[in-house]
Design a protein around this ligand. Structure first.
Ligand code: ZN
Length: 154
């Protein structure tokens, strides 16, 4: 059920800790508010569709067990269980926590046609998804470390 709230419609976001979808308010902030919250690199990548240089992000070779959340709004996005070494220099996953937690749209920038991946709750730019990933999905979610915030889980 989607209940209209004062600031608009609630959206369902999956919570991997409870295994359930929960209705939450979308997060919208001005550039000034995001700038105050994020580092300059995080702002450039997550709010301005930037891409960090390959092999420079903090998570491309990171192997801890846990959950990768949105750097902007804290929405859980990817589980370490779905992370794989793509060799690209960017953290890569074969599936999101849930299709509820991301949205995609066709990106024509840079002379290429790619599928951009965004946080469903706040619209943060996360990276792109490609069809050359490993089983079981065949997808490769090529993410920017700058858009992610890792939380260790037991
Ligand atoms: Zn977000």
């Amino acid at each position: 059920m989607h209940t209209p709230g004062k600031t608009g419609t609630l959206i369902p976001i999956f919570n991997p800790r409870t295994g359930k979808a929960e209705d939450v308010k979308p997060v919208t902030k001005t550039d000034a508010e995001w700038k105050a919250q994020l580092t300059p690199e995080q702002f450039q990548v997550a709010r301005k569709q930037g891409t960090e240089y390959a092999f420079t992000g903090k998570y491309h070779a990171f192997k801890e067990h846990g959950i990768y959340a949105c750097i902007c709004c804290g929405t859980d996005l990817f589980l370490s269980d779905t992370k794989f070494d793509s060799g690209t220099g960017w953290p890569s996953f074969y599936a999101p926590v849930s299709d509820l937690n991301i949205r995609t749209h066709t990106d024509f920038s840079g002379g290429m046609v790619r599928t951009e991946v965004l946080c469903a709750r706040c619209g943060a730019h996360l990276g792109h998804v490609f069809d050359d990933g490993p089983p079981p999905t065949g997808k490769r979610y090529c993410m920017n470390s700058a858009s992610l915030d890792f939380h260790k889980t037991p």
